[in-house]
Design a protein. Structure first.
Length: 429
């Protein structure tokens, strides 16, 4: 993000007060969503297409959260013809009459090679002052600048920042040749991160968002590696004889849990990112695999068949006090702990693989998807899970809103996608 600088500008904007009786509400709350209007960004004459493009990015960001009902253009006040550089010209009573609770005012201007996107969020109903931003970005970072603004709007309205700045890494390609890819959360800016001309799978983003642990056959056998996304350099993590699978980063990014069979049985080990310091933390005759840290780092959930069939267990990070969490029936796989520590997402096979969620103590297990799903990974705000599904014929990435159950496909055309890992929010600078 070195090409993008961000300067914060506090903008106090008071909306007009004084509601009239008999107001016609054209926008109804849907599934608890808050009505918000995001008109096309205002621009200088001749740059209208840029204003439409940036507004569409923000509308997607806000709608994706499941928190907002985006007003259609047909619902805008008849008097509204577009934003100008003067935000004081907004008629808030007209927007209130249209049933809008929040209004996003944005105006884009060019300063040399940079764009300045002035953005203010108005609380139309209460007329409360709000905070605005004016990020400055080179043209190639315009999408990221809008994502920053979207995340700030989500933070203002919910207390928790959005995840529009985040990336997803995944394994993609045809059978026999898979590479690691990185893509923005909305499917934009797809980039191939490896070029091994081999099979590379199971990517896991580090908490810093810059390193990816993954499995690859690039050196003939299935070994684990760590890839630096900035430099493109890949270094060995584990090249032991036998199984080397399931890398999982600790919250601090200074250790990983992995599953190895070098001692003639599948066990979980801790290892440093440079491959040093391996130490075994499980000791059971059954197969233990798929470790995942709790946000505090004090616990690890994992999969074991020590009670007859694969189920989700939890234990201390030192291997102590292992206990079973999943009891809903069927086989359970691929546990992932939510960043807020409250939930564990996982895959359950009860006549078909689907995404489930339970409390971090195993309580309230419930099914999220019904059309198939594998390899779940949490968003940084704990509101969504990304997963892979073949429901459309080829394997694609999908996201599900944990609160509402709404699912949407992440558009990545003409590429088979597996094993996604959702990364942290990215910062400017």
């Amino acid at each position: 993000m070195r090409c993008l600088s961000l300067s914060l500008m506090v903008v106090l904007a008071c909306a007009c007060a004084g509601a009239e009786s008999g107001i016609s509400i054209n926008i109804q709350k849907s599934l608890g969503r808050t009505p918000i209007a995001v008109p096309d960004f205002g621009t200088a004459p001749g740059q209208e297409a840029l204003g439409v493009e940036l507004a569409n990015i923000m509308r997607y960001d806000l709608e994706f959260t499941g928190m907002f009902q985006i007003a259609s253009r047909a619902q805008y006040p008849p008097s509204f013809t577009g934003f100008t550089a003067d935000a004081t010209k907004i008629n808030f009573q007209d927007w209130k009459n249209a049933g809008v609770e929040y209004l996003v005012y944005s105006y884009v201007r060019q300063e040399g090679e940079n764009l300045v996107i002035e953005c203010r969020l108005f609380d139309v109903l209460a007329g409360n002052p709000v905070v605005g931003q004016a990020p400055t970005a080179k043209m190639e970072w315009k999408r990221f600048a809008v994502h920053l603004l979207s995340d700030d709007i989500v933070k203002y309205t919910s207390g928790v920042p959005g995840i529009a700045t985040s990336q997803i890494v995944f394994s993609g390609g045809a059978t026999g040749k898979k590479e690691i890819y990185a893509v923005d959360y909305d499917g934009a800016n797809l980039k191939k991160a490896t070029s091994h001309q081999s099979i590379s799978i199971m990517p896991r983003l580090a908490p810093d968002g810059n390193r990816v642990a993954y499995l690859s056959y690039k050196d003939r056998y299935p070994f684990l590696y760590v890839l630096n996304l900035r430099t493109g350099v890949s270094t060995p993590l584990s090249k032991d004889v036998g199984m080397n699978v399931s890398p999982a980063w600790s919250p601090g990014g200074n250790q990983l849990a992995i599953a190895l069979s070098k001692d003639a049985n599948g066990e979980i080990y801790m290892v440093n990112p440079d491959g040093s310091g391996k130490r075994r933390i499980t000791n059971d005759k059954s197969l233990d695999t798929s470790p995942c840290f709790s946000p505090s780092g004090s616990e690890i959930c994992f999969v074991s068949d020590r009670q007859g069939r694969p189920q989700v267990f939890a234990m201390g990070a030192d291997g102590s006090n292992a206990h079973r969490l999943s009891f809903q029936g069927g086989n359970s796989y691929s546990p992932v702990w939510s960043p807020d520590g409250k939930s564990i997402g996982y895959v359950c096979d009860m006549g078909g693989l689907n995404i489930w969620v339970m409390g971090s103590d195993g309580s309230n297990p419930h099914q999220l998807t019904s059309s198939g799903g594998e390899a779940p990974s949490w968003s940084a705000d704990s509101r969504h899970l990304v997963f892979a599904s073949t429901r459309g014929g080829r394997s694609e990435l999908w996201a599900v809103n944990v609160a509402t159950g709404e699912e949407r496909r992440i558009p990545i055309p003409e590429l088979s996608c597996q094993g996604p890992s959702w990364g942290p929010r990215r910062a400017a600078g």
